[in-house]
Design a protein around this ligand. Structure first.
Ligand code: HEC
Length: 161
């Protein structure tokens, strides 16, 4: 009996002690908030890990297609995308690409290719696709230039000359 009540009272002491630590550390933070530089660096680090976002005006589409880009885009597709995306409108792991350049803005597609984590966190259309496909598209380490070449290949797949 004695031992049990000893253990019990030690537990209580520990709980009380850690609760008071919690309370005092929260209070302490509030007092220091004004001159604490640590808090300010957090958003910056996050933005960097997402890479830079492509804005609506950043991409210009021209005709006729740039044949070199179409070829380069095709090469990347066969290497890194084909396992999940068909060129028809049929879904494999991800949606088929037929018609994607009519359905989506080019900057949206580029963000989906180079910045997929950001898109799945913030973009409602991307989130809808995730609900349908149930698989998160992985980050494929594609550069901005490569994603532009892939768009050229997608446009060619959609019948643009
Ligand atoms: C492991 C499978 C997988 C690979 C590999 C993959 N994707 Fe995806 N992709 C997906 C899934 C799944 C989605 C739907 C969104 C989601 O669930 O994350 C998607 C969505 C997309 C979309 C949006 C399609 C639409 O209808 O709006 C584009 C564009 C896209 N991927 C491009 C690419 C490109 C380019 C590559 C290759 C560099 C690639 N994907 C590689 C699985 C993949």
């Amino acid at each position: 009996m004695k031992r049990i009540s000893l253990v019990f009272s030690i537990t209580i002491i520990i709980v009380l002690f850690s609760t008071s630590l919690l309370i005092s550390s929260c209070g302490g933070n509030e007092e220091k908030k004004d001159n604490s530089p640590v808090i300010e660096t957090q958003p910056k680090e996050q933005a960097e890990s997402h890479g830079t976002e492509v804005k609506p005006g950043d991409v210009t589409l021209t005709t006729p297609l740039n044949a070199e880009w179409v070829n380069a885009g095709k090469g990347i597709y066969e290497l890194k995308c084909q396992s999940c995306h068909k060129l028809t409108d049929e879904r494999l792991v991800g949606p088929g690409w037929k018609g994607v350049t009519q359905k989506r803005e080019p900057h949206w597609i580029m963000n989906m290719i180079t910045n997929v984590d950001m898109m799945l966190e913030t973009d409602p259309e991307a989130q809808k696709l995730l609900e349908q496909c149930l698989v998160r598209m992985p980050n494929q380490n594609i550069s901005k230039d490569e994603s532009r070449q892939i768009i050229e290949f997608m446009r060619s797949n959609d019948g643009v000359k």
